[in-house]
Design a binder for this molecule. Sequence first.
Ligand SMILES: Cc1cc2nc3c(=O)[nH]c(=O)nc-3n(C[C@H](O)[C@H](O)[C@H](O)COP(=O)(O)OP(=O)(O)OC[C@H]3O[C@@H](n4cnc5c(N)ncnc54)[C@H](O)[C@@H]3O)c2cc1C
Length: 414
Amino acid sequence: MKLAIIGGGASGLIAAITAANQGAEVTIFEKNDRIGKKILATGNGKCNITNLYQDIQCYHSGNLDFVMEVLNQFPVTETISFFETLGLILKNKNGYIYPYSEQASTVLDLLRMETYYQRVKVELETTVQDIRYENQKFTLSFRDNKKDKTSFDSVILSTGSMAGMKGTTANNGYEMLERMGHTIINPYPCLVQLKGTENFYKAISGVRCSAKVSVEIQQKIVAEEEGELQLTDQGISGIVVFQISSFVTKALTEHKKVWVHIDFLPDMDLENYQKFYKIRLLAQGYKTAEEFFTGLLNKKIILLFLKLAGLKSEDILTMENENLFIQVFQMMKDFKIQIHSSGGFEQAQVSGGGVCVDDFYNTLESKFIPGFYCCGEVMDVDGICGGYNLQWAWASGYVAGYHAVKKGISRDTN
Ligand SMILES: Cc1cc2nc3c(=O)[nH]c(=O)nc-3n(C[C@H](O)[C@H](O)[C@H](O)COP(=O)(O)OP(=O)(O)OC[C@H]3O[C@@H](n4cnc5c(N)ncnc54)[C@H](O)[C@@H]3O)c2cc1C
């Protein structure tokens, strides 16, 4: 059984190992000069392999039931035992699983070793340009006038996405899938910083604080997250922003207006917060506006809010300007910014959108072309931060590799 894998990233590598382990003759075609390059960048070089906590809410897709059906075939326990079998020692940090060495290169080294031991052929600097299916066999053609390769019984496409790629915006995996009759849901960057329309960001850039952020689209709050917020010179960033970013970037691709509400006092409920500011207004009336708010939030934010409310630093609270002081309090609890764009694919960790999962069976075989499989990020599945995107890559890669061979063998024996 001859299997071609297009793309030697996380999902393609596990697909190759799984398939070769079942006796298939596997070749990985990889356009880079080495396999698994992106794995090295994961988890800030430490590689957050997976997460013990799994819930469907941690993933986004046009069809979450489908995602669950695939993930359930290779759950986290399988990921852990797969890597332990390769010899990887793991570290559990509150459910976030890393290599014990805290080096992403360890994960890649072990995957690379296993492809070698399983006799997987790897053709580097080989960009697949087209896939043809005739008489139940696949032929691949390549860029740079490389000679076509014929007679594959099965093909797995695992070309990933444009996320995290410097200077390149194209991923021809989508084009090949489209030519074969599959639907592509416009890809958009996820786990990425967001850029606001307002012109004050330079003044608050560099601030890190606890906050709750909520996404408003068409008068509805569609996502909420609490954690550390980072303010940049163009907008907002940090894990808390990454986690909501897919809702924002997806809506922006649909040309919807998107607002983010920031609650800078997340541990104060509305009632307590109203009591708090009334008491403060009564007790602190003799102080200047800047002194009045000192210590509540980072100074850069306080100075911005005073300016936005129309107060000067030296203003003293009076009956006439009390409303402006209240406005500053209100901004602390609900500061609304409009988002116009994101850091784009270059700064994104993953891509939303991709090939429509409804075009595939839960074995990851195409409904249109028998023997053709897909896995990893090229599919319309993305996860939140915390090891979920790699879990999808491992699980979908395993499922595609396993079923491609199983089906190939049963075809040969019939
Ligand atoms: C900075 C960063 C940090 C991240 N950190 C984490 C983390 O800690 N935990 C986590 O779960 N996820 C993390 N992710 C996401 C995770 O890395 C990806 O979701 C995962 O690598 C996707 O695997 P894949 O196999 O689908 O794609 P990729 O790993 O991107 O592999 C695709 C491969 O296909 C090759 N290719 C593309 N087109 C062709 C072609 N036509 N012919 C031949 N080869 C081709 C590419 O060169 C590439 O090697 C991070 C991502 C980034 C960018």
